[in-house]
Write a protein that binds this ligand. Structure first.
Ligand code: GLC
Length: 402
């Protein structure tokens, strides 16, 4: 086993994460049955006694985790993070610490065990989302009220469940905490908890939402690169909701989602793109369609994404460049016709290739300008057309005018 240097982008345990750039987030739980997003219990002020029967009755008969895994892989995603417990406190895994789980309800299944099996069988890295916030647990607010004993009980519960998640589901690639706002890192005894996680899962990557920085930052619904040397991942919805919301029709287009993936990749980050499965476990057709479209794009252009590191060139009238090793990829989300001018590239370009057709592109380079000629008049790719610039040595760029 290699040495783990927490939060250090040169640490071996982070390399797969930095290479991957694209993962699937899944928000799914008893709230999905109410079809109004994962905050419905809180937003509509459901008393626990009224919400519990919803949770106990939830029985997702169309849950086919191997299909989820297949769709994620076909979309070009390298990992999957699923809500094992959201803020409503209802667990999608079997727990010795509570009966408020799918294993003890009408469903009668450990849904996370089934998902873990499918991920392991399909070779897709698995992460668990785990909410520290818990609207169901009687002790959740104890610490807030100054009841130290109650808070200790709550921490025992939380730490105990995290231990279960890290012990019973084989190899975990990511621990994705959320909802830690009520207490600080000390209040959660986060250092202790994460040390336990790393002992049980030595290669795991841990996000920053247990109120300590750990391995990576998690900008939500927007793209924000962390300072150089720090890993980060934007999580984003495909419409406006995380959990299934029947009334939300504001789906983003595949072009928009691909442009976001490229922008994130260009800045050295990851995109964790969310799907909110229907109550029965099926992906909404709108989500499935977008995943297929992104997958089709990735099959041709994935080499511009995987293994990319933060690109020194962040400008271009065509869209966004990415950098993988010695290559610069010009990802043209805006097609400029048969001639394309690119500024700022300092390193000599050896070769230019249009990925869609594998066609070599004629070019001329003079000082800080590069002209690509004889390109198709119309964009060869419906989403974004990519040109690979092969460069000798690490790509260098000029500083932009101020
Ligand atoms: C927020 C929300 C939550 C969602 C999460 C995803 O913290 O409370 O519903 O799961 O962000 O990043």
């Amino acid at each position: 086993m290699s040495e783990v240097r927490v939060g250090d982008v040169t640490s071996p345990h982070l390399q797969w994460f930095l290479d991957a750039h694209f993962g699937m987030f899944i928000h799914w739980g008893a709230y999905s049955a109410l079809e109004r997003g994962e905050w419905v219990m809180n937003r509509e002020r459901w008393p626990i006694e009224e919400y519990e029967p919803i949770a106990h009755a939830w029985n997702p008969e169309r849950f086919r985790p191997d299909e989820w895994v297949g769709m994620a892989k076909d979309a070009g995603m390298k990992y999957l993070v699923c809500t094992s417990k959201h803020h409503d406190g209802f667990c999608l895994f079997d727990s010795k610490l509570t009966d408020y789980t799918t294993a003890h309800s009408a469903c009668g299944r450990d849904l996370m065990a089934e998902l873990a099996e499918a991920c392991h069988a399909g070779g897709l890295k698995l992460g668990f989302y785990y909410s520290l916030k818990d609207w169901h647990h009687p002790d959740y607010e104890c610490g807030h009220r100054g009841d130290a004993e109650g808070h200790e009980r709550f921490l025992e519960y939380i730490h105990g469940q995290v231990r279960e998640l890290c012990s019973n589901y084989g190899e975990l690639a990511v621990m994705w905490y959320d909802g830690g706002g009520l207490y600080d890192g000390e209040g959660w005894k986060a250092d202790e908890m994460n040390a336990m996680v790393r002992e049980l899962q030595p290669e795991i990557v841990i996000n920053n939402r247990s109120r300590v920085p750990e391995d990576y930052d998690t900008p939500e619904q927007h793209v924000a690169a962390s300072a150089a040397g720090r890993a980060w991942e934007t999580c984003m919805t495909m419409n406006g909701s995380w959990g299934w919301h029947a009334g939300d029709r504001a789906w983003k287009s595949a072009s928009e989602l691909i442009a976001t993936l490229v922008r994130v990749t260009s800045l050295g980050g990851n995109l964790l793109l969310n799907v909110g499965p229907r109550p029965d476990g099926a992906f909404p057709p709108e989500a499935a369609e977008r995943l297929e479209q992104i997958g089709a794009w990735m099959r041709v252009n994935g080499e511009a994404i995987y293994g990319a590191r933060r690109c020194p060139l962040q400008w271009g009238g065509f869209g966004q460049p990415t950098m993988v090793g010695d290559a610069l990829y010009l990802v043209a989300t805006k097609w400029l016709g048969s001639e394309m001018t690119v500024g700022m590239i300092k390193s000599p370009v050896a070769r230019a290739v249009l990925l869609d057709t594998d066609q070599e592109i004629a070019f001329e380079q003079a000082e800080d300008r590069l002209w690509l000629r004889g390109l198709p008049e119309l964009p060869p790719n419906p989403y974004a057309s990519v040109i690979r610039l092969e460069i000798e040595g690490e790509p260098e760029v000029y500083r932009p005018w101020l």
